[in-house]
Structures are given as structure tokens and as C-alpha cells.
Design a protein around this ligand. Structure first.
Ligand code: UN1
Length: 506
């Protein structure tokens, strides 16, 4: 298949970098999806300056008209849904049905925010003095740098970019290098669909070091006012430190080590289905993927037996077909995942085969169709405990730990022990357990009798602890990321009334 050169777009113009890298289809490594021209730090700096220049005029467009631009973008995405989803599948190996769901999430996000353009409410507030009125307004933050991962190459960026634009901000987007082809298609649809003037939405394809130095210089120059980042906790800490030094509060959405509790009253069929989907769907590469099943000791044997059988029957293979999981995202992730496999300890019971699927004998271990890509076996590791790396850290791959508990308090403690706090679920038919879990989990998102994955586009999305700094995306909650409150008071008494000093006493 032909592949194209993907370049950065700054101020409406294509900008090439000094070197190119190939972005490959992880399901067929000989399929080069795009050659990506990698930008230097200066391109990022130029993009931020261009966003800054474009921002005043964009903010002056009435919010309902910006909402109309978002509506047009949503329609164009919808009209190109299948092509975009097929490109997601080819670029990162996400099974087609999931890729289509991901593209639909952009449409959902546009649907939500097109109305927000007519609703970007402020308040009228009573004053403590007569003949004086108080008001609040939402102002755009200014210019926004968005740095996103490639596991959700279009839905998650839309969670930032759609509300940022709607609120009157301009954007510099740095997508993952390994999802450059679909990122370029997304950018093109947004700019064309929204009729966005040059500089309003810039895209910079760059590696980590160029992005970091470009971002630092732009923060220094005052051309970036807000940073949104979805990615690993390690990089999130660096972004948090960098933005903190510039007195900014980044929106950080980081990883998860998401627990799933199976209580004595759980419906085991449902729990197994949920564990299978959130453990191995997207090959375990969602930030909401299942990390550890915490199962009551009386249900452990039965759960393991059923979960192992369901996993053995799961289809691994060509993501353009109907499979539970395709390949890992990219060579870099495959290598990282392989190093995590070394965390398996002698006291663990490994169910299934670890590592790459053997192309010569694909049915060895769990079933699979390896083709010539980054296919791995789904694996269950029973007997993990706090202190084991596999219990404590996110693996970002198709591996699920299992541990047991005897008392409910112990289950809660185990579920919070790794120090993340993104998504957590409990399977129970006891409402008291469900509500106790909700109030005691560290997670920002809780599921009752549902898997850890599958957030909807209009609910607050985000985590605590190592999963983020408490910022929330999606729905009306994200407006607080992309606007700043301004207050105004208007005194029409014709005299100086001094707050706190001239208050009428009752
Ligand atoms: C992510 O992995 O970065 O809830 C986001 C879910 C998805 C979003 C995951 N809708 O699993």
C-alpha cells in the first residue's frame, strides 16, 4: 500500500523536519503506514507563537458560532467514520469494532460541545451592598499544548481539542509518533470541517526531547498558557514539574493499575466477561485496562477456572476481523512489555503462555493468529501480592494479575495499594458493598458490575494519585480546564461603597 509523508502543520503550512521515521502497521510490520517527518524544537516554538497570534481573533468569534464549527467537524467525522476507523486499525492495530467505537467518541464529544457554545454560562451574583451587581464570566485560557498517547489516537485528543477550541483557545497538538497517519487525517478533518483559520489548530510531529525543549521555550516565552497531557506517570511528572515552574496547572491524565473486585455475591459469568474485556481488550493497552482481580477466597478456584477457559477461547489476531485483541501498538511498547514479563516471580502461577505468539505454532498455549506482527499471548498471573512489581505497577499489555482476600476491608486496602486511582470496579449483588467501595476507593471512576474500561464522553474522566493530578476531562467538568473564571462588579449607586466596610447591618 502507498504511504505518505506526514509533516507538521504550523499556521496552516506544512513544515518538514530534518529526519523521518517510518510508522508501521503493528499487525504487519512490512506495511509502512506513513513516513513521519520529525519536527525540531523550533517548529514547536513557531507553532506556539502562531497559536498565540491567532488566539485573540478566535476568541472574538461568538461562542455559539464556534459551537457551529464544532458541529461541522462532528458531521465530517461521522461522514468519514469508516475510513478513519480503518486507518486507526491499520496505524495502531486496534480491532476494527473498537476503532469504530473510538471514532464515534469524537462525534459524541462534538455533539456535547456544540450545545455548550450556546451555554458557556457565567452567573449573576448578589452583592452585599445596595445598587451594586456582581457577575462571573468564563474566559478562554489562551493557547493550549496538547500532548497525547497513541492507544486512543483520535478519541482522547478530541476530549481536549474540541472543548479547548469551543472555549476560544488555540491549540498546538503533539500526537504520538507511531499514530502519525491517523493523527494527520484527524487534523485535516478538524481544520477543513471547522473552517478553522490558520494558526487556530497546529499539529507538531516531534519526538519526546524536541517536544520537551520546544515546550519549555514556549512556556518561557509566554506563548503556551495551558498543557494537557495523556500518557505515562513518569512523563506526567516531568510535565507537571515543568509547568509548575511556570506557575501553570497542567491537565494530567496518566496511567492506572485498575482493580476489579469479585465478592462472594458476584455474578461470576458477568465478572469473567468484564475481566476478559478490560484485561485483554485493546491488548491491555488502555489506561483503564484491568490490572488486578481481587477475588474473595471462596470464589477464587471457580473464578480462575472460568477466567482461564474464557481467555483460552479468546481470539487474538488480525485486528480488521472480529477479535478480542490484535497486536501491541508499536515495537517500543512490545519491548517495554517484554521487560515487564520479567517481573513474574517463582511464587506466581502463570496461566497461559507469556511473550510473542509463535508464528510457526500459533495454537501453542492460547489460540491466536500471529501473522507477522506484534502479537502476544494473553496471560493470567495468579498469586500476585503488594510488593510484587506486577501487582504494584502498570504493565500496559495483555497480562492480568489475580489475588485473593478474606475480609472486605482487606479487599479495599488491596485495591488502593498500588497508589494509582483511575478506574476500579466491583462485582457484587450487595448494594452496601457497592456503595462502601465507591466511597473508599481512590479511583476517580467506579464501575458496579461492569468492567474497568468504557468511560462515556459526557462523564468526568480522570484519576487521582499516580493516575493524575485530579484534573477531569469530558462533559461540563472539562470547561474548568479550558476557561478561567473572571468576576466583575458593577456599582451603580453613584458613590464609593467599600466592600466589608460599608455593609448595611440588619
Ligand atoms: C485511555 O486509555 O487513555 O474508558 C482512555 C475507556 C476509554 C478511554 C480510555 N473510553 O476505556
Amino acid at each position: 500500500m502507498p504511504h505518505k509523508l506526514v509533516t507538521s502543520v504550523v499556521d496552516g503550512k506544512a513544515v518538514e523536519g530534518a529526519r523521518t521515521v517510518a510508522s508501521r502497521n503493528p499487525a504487519r510490520l512490512d506495511d509502512v503506514v506513513a513516513e513521519v517527518s520529525l519536527a525540531e524544537a523550533t517548529t514547536f516554538i513557531d507553532a506556539a507563537a502562531s497559536a498565540k497570534r491567532a488566539q485573540t481573533a478566535w476568541a472574538a468569534v461568538p461562542a455559539p458560532i464556534r459551537g457551529r464549527a464544532i458541529a461541522h467537524i462532528g458531521r465530517l467525522v461521522e461522514a468519514n467514520m469508516h475510513e478513519l476507523a480503518a486507518l486507526v486499525t491499520r496505524d495502531i492495530g486496534k480491532p476494527y469494532a473498537e476503532a469504530l467505537g473510538e471514532v464515534r467518541e469524537i462525534v459524541d464529544t462534538c455533539d456535547f460541545f456544540l450545545g455548550e457554545g450556546r451555554r458557556l454560562y457565567g452567573q449573576t451574583v448578589p452583592s452585599e451592598m445596595p445598587d451594586k451587581q456582581l457577575f462571573t464570566f468564563r474566559n478562554p485560557v489562551g493557547t493550549v499544548a496538547i500532548i497525547t498517547a497513541g492507544n486512543f489516537p483520535v478519541a482522547v485528543p478530541s476530549w481536549y481539542i474540541v472543548p479547548a477550541l469551543l472555549c476560544g483557545n488555540t491549540v498546538v497538538w503533539k500526537p504520538a509518533e507511531y499514530s502519525a497517519a491517523v493523527s494527520a487525517a484527524f487534523h485535516d478533518i478538524f481544520v477543513r470541517g471547522g473552517g478553522l483559520p490558520p494558526g487556530v489548530f497546529n499539529v507538531v510531529h516531534a519526538d519526546g526531547p524536541a517536544t520537551f525543549s520546544g515546550l519549555e521555550a514556549a512556556l518561557e516565552a509566554g506563548t503556551i498558557d495551558k498543557v494537557g497531557f495523556t500518557g505515562s506517570p513518569e512523563v506526567g511528572r516531568e510535565i507537571g514539574a515543568l509547568t509548575g515552574r511556570h506557575l501553570q496547572n497542567a491537565c494530567l491524565e496518566l496511567g492506572g493499575k485498575n482493580p476489579l473486585l469479585v465478592t462472594p455475591s458476584a455474578d461470576l459469568d458477568l465478572a469473567v466477561e468484564g475481566a476478559l474485556f478490560s484485561g485483554f481488550g485493546t491488548a491491555g493497552q488502555r489506561c483503564t485496562s484491568l490490572g488486578t482481580v481481587i477475588v474473595h477466597e471462596t470464589r477464587h478456584a471457580e473464578f480462575i477456572e472460568r477466567f482461564a477457559a474464557a481467555t483460552a477461547a479468546a481470539t487474538v489476531g488480525d485486528p480488521s476481523g472480529e477479535v478480542l485483541m490484535g497486536p501491541l501498538l508499536d515495537q517500543k511498547f512490545a519491548e517495554r512489555y517484554e521487560s515487564f514479563l520479567e517481573w513474574i516471580q517463582p511464587h506466581h502461577t502463570v496461566i497461559g503462555r507469556t511473550g510473542r505468539i509463535n508464528a510457526d505454532n500459533p495454537r501453542e498455549g492460547f489460540a491466536g493468529d500471529p501473522a507477522d506482527g506484534l502479537y502476544y499471548h494473553p496471560v493470567i498471573v495468579d498469586g500476585v501480592r503488594p510488593g510484587d512489581q506486577i501487582f504494584d505497577h502498570e504493565t500496559f499489555g495483555p497480562i492480568v494479575g489475580v489475588t485473593t482476600y478474606s475480609h472486605f476491608d482487606e479487599a479495599i486496602e488491596l485495591s488502593n495499594a498500588p497508589g494509582y486511582g483511575l478506574s476500579a470496579s466491583i462485582y457484587t449483588s450487595n448494594p452496601a458493598d457497592a456503595f462502601a467501595f465507591r466511597s473508599r476507593t481512590s479511583a476517580g471512576m467506579v464501575s458496579i458490575n461492569n468492567s474497568t474500561s468504557g468511560a462515556e464522553a459526557h462523564l468526568p474522566f480522570g484519576g487521582n494519585g499516580k493516575s493524575g493530578n485530579g484534573s477531569r476531562q469530558s462533559g461540563m467538568w472539562v470547561l474548568d480546564q479550558f476557561t478561567r473564571w473572571q468576576s466583575m462588579n458593577w456599582d451603580y449607586s453613584g458613590k464609593l461603597q467599600k466592600a466589608q466596610m460599608d455593609v448595611t447591618e440588619l
